[in-house]
Design a protein around this ligand. Structure first.
Ligand code: PBG
Length: 324
């Protein structure tokens, strides 16, 4: 006799009864690009449906999220001026610091996550301070990251998410926060972040493409499978509260491994290129967008993700509302 697996698939009620993976609005984190300036709402060419907003028009986006029941946002900043050392990134009245204060005051229920990195603020587009050969200097960059994190904390951020991939940044940021009394600001580390072509559209969105070279000396090499666990262990030791795995869709194996090995919330970051690929095929009419997007969300949750950063968050919330 063989097992009849199909018995548990006979009806919708049966399938719903046995399912053990869930996606809810509470799992969603929506990335928002805030650009310094006035009256800006610009669609990102390679990410149809995703916009850069100036702070004076951000209400439109935030109101839509409130309406849909999305409570967590991840902020990226695009400053007017960039320089070699990313000095705009830690100004008290920088684009993100202003955004954090504004959102906290006017929309106090959002959980605000601030992405900490230099690449949107450096003239060369790399994620840190360069030496004379164009190599990103680790320890000098840590000082800048510490300043960015502190400026976000002072503005009222809930969670800090460093995405630079310098060694020791979690320790540095934890120390700075502790020393300054910010004991409740959580650290969501991009601990497992691969050097990936899937970030291409984001770099258009955030104007952050490196002007020369690539990010391979600091982001992880996807051909080497052994350092993911070490990166996570190290970041947890240094004080990380959450672990991000990024990109998501092509790295579900890594997500599963991290989730199986550590008792810590795992966050899937479904990156810009994943959004653009799906969106482009959907606009062509080649795929069923809703079905494909939801299948991806379930895949992240099945691989162990607690939450999902996705440019599709608003659509997912709509889809979930439809089936309520
Ligand atoms: C900043 C940063 C990047 C992303 C998130 N934070 C770009 C990069 O590392 O080049 C990518 C996000 C996406 O593609 O959606 N370092």
């Amino acid at each position: 006799m063989y097992k009849r697996h199909r018995k548990l698939r006979t009806s919708a009620v049966m399938r719903n009864l046995v399912k053990d993976v869930y996606v809810s609005k509470e799992d969603l984190i929506y990335p928002i690009f805030v650009e310094e300036g006035e009256n800006i709402k610009n669609e990102i060419e390679s990410m149809p449906g995703i916009f850069r907003y100036s702070l004076d028009r951000i209400d439109e986006e935030l109101d839509a999220l409130v309406e849909l029941g999305i409570n967590s946002i991840l902020l990226f900043g695009i400053p007017k001026h960039k320089d070699e050392c990313a000095t705009e990134s830690y100004k008290e009245d920088g684009v993100i610091q202003n955004a954090i204060r504004y959102i906290k005051k006017n929309y106090p229920n959002f959980l605000i996550i601030g992405d900490v990195c230099c690449c949107e603020y450096t003239s060369h587009g790399h994620c840190g301070i360069l030496d004379e050969n164009g190599y990103v200097k680790n320890d000098e960059t840590l000082e800048v990251l510490g300043k960015i994190a502190l400026s976000y904390a002072k503005a009222g951020v809930d969670v800090i998410a460093p995405s630079d991939m310098m060694d020791g940044r979690i320790q540095k940021i934890s120390q700075v926060l502790e020393k300054n009394g910010f004991h409740n600001v959580a650290l969501m580390s991009y601990a497992v972040k691969y050097s990936s072509a899937f970030y291409g559209p984001f770099r258009d969105a955030a104007d952050s493409a490196p002007k020369f070279g690539n990010r391979k000396t600091y982001q992880m090499d996807f051909r080497y499978s052994k350092d993911a666990i070490d990166e996570v262990r190290e970041d947890l030791k240094q004080g990380a509260d959450f672990i991000i795995v990024k990109p998501a869709l092509s790295y579900l194996d890594v997500m599963q491994k991290v989730s199986n090995n550590f008792n810590v919330p795992v966050i899937a970051y479904s990156v810009s290129g994943e959004y653009s690929m799906t969106k482009a095929a959907a606009l062509k009419g080649w795929i069923d967008e809703k079905a494909i997007v939801m299948e991806q969300m379930y895949a992240f949750k099945r691989a162990g993700a607690n939450a999902i950063i996705t440019y599709y968050a608003k659509d997912v919330a709509k889809y979930l509302n439809e089936s309520d």
